[in-house]
Design a protein around this ligand. Structure first.
Ligand SMILES: [Zn+2]
Length: 582
């Protein structure tokens, strides 16, 4: 799929009538500046789903789903981003240019080469007396499975594939670019996968784009070999078994992720067709995004030994930031799903997947098992898990995990929470947390008003220095949103789509504020921003002054230095008052 230029994406999104789009799925009523109705993403009896036609956003106060026209279509019709974009573009009569690399027809020739290879490999496997058929039979794959998964065989000869391509009128150079052939030193080309069982890797549309090969000879290295990346095969986003798994993933609302071709096939045969395998790479953020668009739930199968647990934690690092809810099924040490199926049968494998506990529970339990009697052990257990907990996108879910961990370790939840927040900032979770400034209701209201004004018109955030603002406002989700907006707009983001690049938490706040009714005088926005900042400055100074006064009262304090500090603070207040009244 070609890349769609940003300007086209913006044109499509800005041109979409979100009220009209949502109204096809939800009955909407006007309410102030927005429209509201029953949320299509969760069950409810009173409407908490709001649409803001001016901003082109929606947000549900019940389940916190939010986004724009494109994400609405993706969620409600279960489409990928390009699919939703194309659907909206079609309606508006906007043409999406294909920006494929190379002149037209080049990619088509690659597909043709891979298709010809697939036909040749399958024919070779069907031929009598070949070693691949015997090998597959030993691994328990019958003719039916071979047919279903399109498994083939690359004979152990130099020229089988080169000849087949030539017969199909495809130049060897095209075969090379598709990753099928490799040049020989003596001239000519050889079949990269020769002497291997072949597994076709398909794209979402079901077209073969690459192959995985399993060695047949005992001394053949490596045991698994993929054809390399090509213009039609990107390992970072490809899954083995994707087209067959799409419908089951949608139906069962979960994706099971394994590492090898035989593992994927084993799970399909056990009745878990929503299974995918990565193609010779670890999971990447592209993989995770690809999954998160289609389901909220992922199940990982991992080997029960220490290495398997580490691999699982690495997969979590990639999956959690996309908001995926991940379960982890533990296999007996040294057994892969293929062995497990052969030894214990399909029913047991299905149960293993269905009953998999939340992956973060597994990670937490492993940390606790290492011991948490002494204060040091408790600190180490929390520090070991905090970086993963910090990646959980949903604040409520993260809080629940912190509570569970605190209970198990025997600490107050506030301490676990502090370690997780430190990890989220990239600090060592062992380090103490700077105390968050105390905040009262009035301050929170000011911050909220400021954020609302900037959400309604992000271009106003260009006047804010994120660092200075953070120093003033401290750590608060609303303050983080204001900083992130200011950073985005100052970094050159288009104000209308400034929320696109935000992280999960501020983005959710943004969407929420975009539909929230906070009354203010739209004609006086610059004054509102200035006055709010001035009030925040005065409050901070007042807090600092009272802290200094407190310290002065304490015995043994360095009185002259504190008095000097106090004078500086008074002077600063005078200056603030001058600047805000002028
Ligand atoms: Zn909802």
């Amino acid at each position: 799929m070609g890349l769609i230029p940003d300007e086209i994406v913006h044109r499509i999104r800005d041109g979409a009538d979100i009220v009209d789009l949502v109204a096809r799925h939800v009955s909407l009523k006007r309410s102030g500046r927005s429209h509201k109705g029953l949320c299509p993403f969760h069950d409810e009896k009173t409407p908490s789903f709001h649409v803001n036609p001016e901003r082109g956003t929606y947000y549900c106060f019940g389940c916190h789903e939010g986004g724009d026209a494109i994400s609405f279509l993706m969620k409600v019709e279960n489409l990928t981003f390009p699919e939703a974009l194309r659907a909206l573009a079609r309606e508006r009569g906007i043409e999406i240019p294909e920006t494929r690399s190379g002149p037209p027809g080049q990619t088509e020739r690659l597909y043709a080469a891979v298709e010809a290879a697939q036909a040749r490999y399958r024919r070779a496997l069907a031929a009598a007396g070949n070693p691949a058929a015997a090998y597959l039979e030993r691994r328990g794959l019958d003719g039916d499975a071979i047919e279903r998964f399109g498994i083939g065989f690359a004979p152990d000869r130099w020229d089988t594939l080169a000849t087949a391509l030539r017969d199909a009128g495809i130049p060897a150079e095209v075969g090379e670019r598709a990753g099928l052939l490799a040049p020989r030193q003596s001239g000519g080309f050889y079949d990269r996968l020769r002497g291997r069982v072949t597994f076709p890797i398909r794209d979402v549309q079901g077209r073969v784009v690459a192959f995985g090969g399993r060695a047949l000879g005992a001394d053949q290295e490596p045991k698994y070999l993929n054809t390399p990346e090509s213009p039609i095969f990107r390992k970072r986003e490809a899954f083995y078994g994707f087209p067959q798994a799409l419908e089951p993933i949608r139906r069962r609302d979960r994706a099971v992720v394994v590492e090898g071709y035989f593992d994927q096939i084993a799970l399909h045969r056990a009745g878990v067709p929503e299974t995918l395998a990565t193609c010779g790479t670890a999971l990447t953020p592209e993989h995770a995004r690809n999954l998160a668009r289609r389901t909220a739930y992922a199940v990982l199968l991992f080997d029960g030994d220490e290495a398997g647990r580490r691999a699982m934690a690495r997969a979590l690092e990639v999956l959690l930031p996309q908001g995926l809810r991940v379960r982890a099924a533990k296999l007996p040490a040294g057994e892969d799903p293929d062995d497990f199926l052969a030894r214990r049968g399909p029913e047991a494998l299905r149960r293993l997947v269905d009953e998999a506990p939340p992956a973060l529970d597994v990670v937490c339990d492993a940390a606790i098992e290492r011991g948490c009697r002494t204060p040091w052990e408790k600190a180490d257990a929390v520090a070991a898990v905090a970086p993963l907990l910090a990646l959980v996108a949903d604040p409520a879910e993260r809080g629940a995990h912190c509570e569970r961990l605190a209970l198990a370790v025997g600490l107050e939840v506030g301490h676990v929470d502090a370690a997780v927040r430190a990890a989220a900032r990239g600090d060592d979770p062992h380090e103490p947390l700077p105390v968050a400034p105390r905040r009262d209701g009035a301050e929170e209201r000011q911050l909220r008003l400021l954020a609302k004004v900037l959400v309604d018109d992000p271009s106003r955030a260009a006047g804010l220095d994120p660092d200075a603002f953070r120093a003033l406002a401290g750590e608060h989700p609303l303050a983080r949103l204001v900083c992130a907006l200011a950073a985005a707009v100052r970094g050159g983001a288009e104000p209308r789509s400034a929320h696109d690049g935000l992280e999960a938490e501020p983005q959710q706040l943004f969407l929420r504020l975009s539909v929230e009714e906070i009354p203010y005088d739209a004609g006086r926005v610059p004054e509102i921003i200035e006055a709010t900042l001035a009030r925040m400055r005065r409050r901070r100074l007042a807090r600092e002054r009272s802290a200094t006064t407190q310290r002065l009262r304490q015995a043994g304090a360095d009185a002259p230095a504190l008095i000097q500090e106090k004078q500086r603070q008074l002077e600063e207040r005078r200056l603030t008052e001058v600047s805000t009244t002028s």
